[in-house]
Design a protein around this ligand. Sequence first.
Ligand code: SAM
Length: 256
Amino acid sequence: MTIQNRNAGNQHEQYTPDFVDYWDDLVGWEGRTASEGGFYEKLLKEAGAREVVDVASGTGFNAINLARSGLVVTATDGSDNMIGKTRENAQQMGVRFAHTQAADWLNLPEELGEERFDALVCLGNSFTHIFDHEERRDILEAFYKVLRPGGVIIIDHRNYDSMLDHGYSSSHQHYYTGKGVDAYPGTLHRQLARFEYKFPDGAHFQLNMYPLRQDYVTHLLEDAGFRQVTRYGDFHRPYDRENVDFVQQVAVKPEA
Ligand code: SAM
């Protein structure tokens, strides 16, 4: 079957309506919930957060779980298709958000206001969609602005270091737990990780991602003004940086 979202760009434009309809089959909500083990909910509550924005809500997986845990959640995503699916899933599951909105990361301070949230999460390997260094810096500046002083940011991304240095080998146990779905990088080099997603019925999509190295993301966070960057590997620390699938980077916006 032909690739259904070929040449759709690098960012949220890639999430075409048909791909969004398949996304939850890829995610496998039950497996992913078990694998995350309440990591984000626990971490945010321990940090004293109450109002949280999920800026890459996708179909709502993390935003819904955070809201279910009692946090006051705003869900945004650059893709109208994705935010539509977030709303649909939340309604079906009886979950209410403080606010939902389609919003590009660069526009968050204008769209949501400054110093609005105790925490901002950008999860599920979303930040990887930005290919330009200066744009990454601008986006982190926008993330910084919407957080209150003392607020927490969490960015979660694939372990591209291990993929680039040793080749791709994923246990597939953490995020993409959907049954019978094949997810692997068809192209992988320093400038591009193009993931292929093949579904049991033959549907085939792809996503262009920039292979972010762990130290580089830490540097970007510090460069934006965040402090106390703490890294986890597959939700644990300490971790073996060669042998985890995903890395969670947690940092704090200093008190004024
Ligand atoms: N967090 C969700 C999850 O884990 O299932 C979705 C992850 S998906 C890999 C990446 C998400 O980032 C997509 O929903 C996409 O629309 C969003 N995204 C990509 N570029 C964006 C941008 N510039 N502004 C806002 N959202 C963006």
